[in-house]
Write a protein that binds this ligand. Sequence first.
Ligand code: NAD
Ligand code: UDP
Length: 330
Amino acid sequence: MLQRKDRRKGQTILVAGGAGFVGSHLCDALLSQGHKVICLDNFLTGSLANVAPLRNHPGFTLIEHDVCDWLEMSEPVDQIYNLACAASPPAYQADPVHTMMTCVKGTGNLLTLAEQNGARLLLASTSEVYGDPEVHPQPEDYRGNVNCTGPRACYDEGKRAAEALCFDMLRTGRVDARVARIFNTYGPRMQPKDGRIISNLIVQALSGKSLTIYGTGEQTRSFCFVSDLVAGLIALMQIDPNPEVPVNLGNPGEFSINELAGLVKDEIPECKGLVYRPLPQDDPKRRRPNIDRAQSLLNWSPKVPLHDGLRQTIDWFEQTLPTHPASRAK
Ligand code: NAD
Ligand code: UDP
């Protein structure tokens, strides 16, 4: 496999899904490290506003493109981050066939591009590969409990197939591929109508609406602030030699959805009470990463406590939600 030297500076980096929530923060970080960034996105769930401040940066290029279609690049690339895929359950279930194709065909196209360029590729995989886990917390060698015919399968099985493609390309010596298994991540630039728990609760609270809790609210998740995740993704892309195993990236603090709603209520006094709605099918009951591997391989662990990250996210929504007085005052 072709290899280019020194991955820490002056590289040309393709970020697929770069106009999304995580992708736009990754573009910011890579540009600030002195790399050239080519952001590729079909704007399915991403937003031009996320990358608008970068449009005049000399190192930044934006290409509107769907990864399911082959892309002819006009310049060589050194690294490819594949973040292209809707991450919110309502968004990825809206067109499940396209989600599956994005994961499989999209990752296949980007791996071929990486092979042609001798580039490294990092896949943004997910804790959803563990499904509704029977092992807790989840280490990387747990093989998961996924319903392969349910409504979440387009995403869960799509990412599992994308992981398999990456490891096949790695094993056959064709691409230096790496796989990050990302646990629930939150922060500024989540779309208000994205449908994920943290954006839903904050937007509802700031709009004076009741907080929607699905099921009993006793199910748990572990929430990682976006700056911590981006640091982990870059560390995994840069590490030498290739660890040749998937790496969990997430914050091991575990909270029930009721506890999370309580934290949001404490921060946003104008919010109304809680309203309980049916639990979606196959909703995982518990989720928490075992991050021993990321700590030992990458010397990485998350730094931002949930309370601080929530405050930053609330501040951002206050400034950007058109219905909020703080944004109207601007
Ligand atoms: P997001 O929906 O904000 O970003 C995804 C981006 O990919 C969007 O800009 C979207 O327009 C783009 N996209 C979707 N399908 C595409 C296609 N076919 N071609 C080109 N672009 C396409 O989600 P996010 O939270 O930023 O997640 C980024 C990545 O990280 C995703 O791959 C997701 O599976 C993974 N991930 C995220 C989380 C999380 O909690 N944020 C957790 C696990 C995994
Ligand atoms: N959830 C909720 N209310 C909402 C949105 C989500 O109670 O308005 C629940 C959802 O059922 C799940 C948890 O919060 O148990 C996390 O959901 P999210 O969609 O953020 O991520 P995922 O299920 O993919 O972890």
